[in-house]
Design a protein around this ligand. Structure first.
Ligand SMILES: O=C(O)CCC(=O)N[C@@H](CCC(=O)O)C(=O)O
Ligand SMILES: [Zn+2]
Length: 348
């Protein structure tokens, strides 16, 4: 039943006929189209209440395949659930159409007072509600992993985007390193993405994780995501995950957001320029009929997620600078601890 859920959801609205079921040591409920809650009979002491979302952009398929593997392992009894999980498939019409979105980018709509009408705004409201209910039903440390893949190649194919927060984030860099992340990118302001929603409104540890490059179903290299698979399994079982030296990861901070202001907008570099490519001071990165040129000032900047085809008024690139690991607060959570819940709470 559980293993059918992904296929049924993506193939048709027949998944609406599914309601609930049991696994060894756990039960699950389908809360809506593409929304699945799994609850363990016994929550392990290291467990976090975890939201794992994928398909917020419909053409980013590797994370959906990873979730399929995780559910199959739980159903076959290869894994035993030890933590509450909320599994979300984001933009189902876009996944079926294999496109980033249908009308507008779902990952810019996660704001409680958002009043837009339409399919994607409605879906954002449904998902915000599902997250609110999940975190209110389950106690303990909160985690949200929003899984994506990137349009371009990247100097660091697997990286975490850390949503902006005014408070000290609970961030486990060693755990991200253990999950195969090669870089961490700190946001500099509120961005109203799905991971930001959980960080901002629920004080959850939350990341947007970029897991390689966009590919159609069946063409993803899941072996490159083996550490990520292991991390998801540990989270589902409520086990303390594997960590690696946080110094093995490169750290970046967003310095500016390049916004597209006019229809007459272009980037002055090729489509195959990879994420995190550095441009020296003086480079004219972009031209915009309204905003004028975007020129690198003061110090070199690297580009992440450059995309000239975004909607008017939307972000066309993040402009970032590498920072020394010593400028990052390495939280106590990075040390191996017997009780990560206590560690997470003590560093809040
Ligand atoms: O490759 C790209 O240009 C986009 C990949 C992607 O979907 N990235 C997320 C990042 C979200 C964040 O800033 O936290 C997005 O653009 O929504
Ligand atoms: Zn995405």
């Amino acid at each position: 039943m559980l293993s059918e859920w992904l296929d049924l959801t993506l193939a048709s609205d027949r998944s609406a006929s599914l309601s609930a079921g049991t696994l060894r040591g756990a039960r699950y409920r389908f809360l809506g189209c593409g929304i699945l809650e799994l609850t363990p009979e016994h929550r392990r002491s290291a467990a976090r209440s975890a939201v794992i979302s994928a398909g917020i952009h419909g053409n980013e398929t590797a994370p959906i395949e990873l979730i399929g593997e995780l559910l199959a392992s739980l159903e076959a009894g290869r894994l035993t659930l030890g933590a509450p999980l909320l599994i979300i498939l984001g933009n189902i019409p876009a996944i079926r159409a294999q496109s980033r979105f249908i009308k507008t980018n779902l990952n810019r709509l996660f704001q409680r007072d958002m009043e837009l009408a339409g399919e994607e705004p409605e879906r954002a409201r449904e998902l915000m509600q599902a997250v609110d209910t999940f975190f209110s039903r389950h106690e303990g440390a909160r985690l949200h992993l929003d899984l994506h893949t990137a349009i371009r190649d990247s100097r660091y194919p697997r990286f975490a985007v850390v949503p902006f927060t005014e408070s000290q984030p609970v961030s486990r860099w060693g755990e991200l390193a253990g999950a195969g992340m090669q870089a961490v990118l700190l946001q500099h302001r509120h961005s109203w993405t799905f991971s930001h929603y959980s960080r901002h409104y629920h004080d959850a540890e939350a990341y947007t994780l970029e897991l390689g490059k966009v590919n159609p179903f069946g063409e993803n290299d899941l072996e490159a995501l083996a550490d990520m698979r292991t991390w998801l399994a540990a989270l589902a079982e409520g086990q303390a995950p594997k960590t690696r030296d946080p110094a093995s990861v490169a750290y970046f901070q967003v310095a500016h957001e390049l916004m597209r202001k006019s229809a007459d907008f272009k980037l002055n570099f090729a489509d195959d320029v990879a994420n995190f490519t550095v441009f020296p001071t003086g480079t004219r990165l972009a031209e915009d009929a309204e905003a004028g040129p975007c020129i690198v000032e003061e110090a070199p900047l690297a580009v992440v997620f450059p995309n000239a085809n975004v909607e008017l008024g939307a972000r066309a690139a993040l402009l970032v600078r590498e920072i020394a690991p010593r400028l990052i607060t390495i939280s106590t959570a990075d040390r191996p601890v017997a009780d990560p819940i206590a560690a997470a709470n003590s560093s809040r």
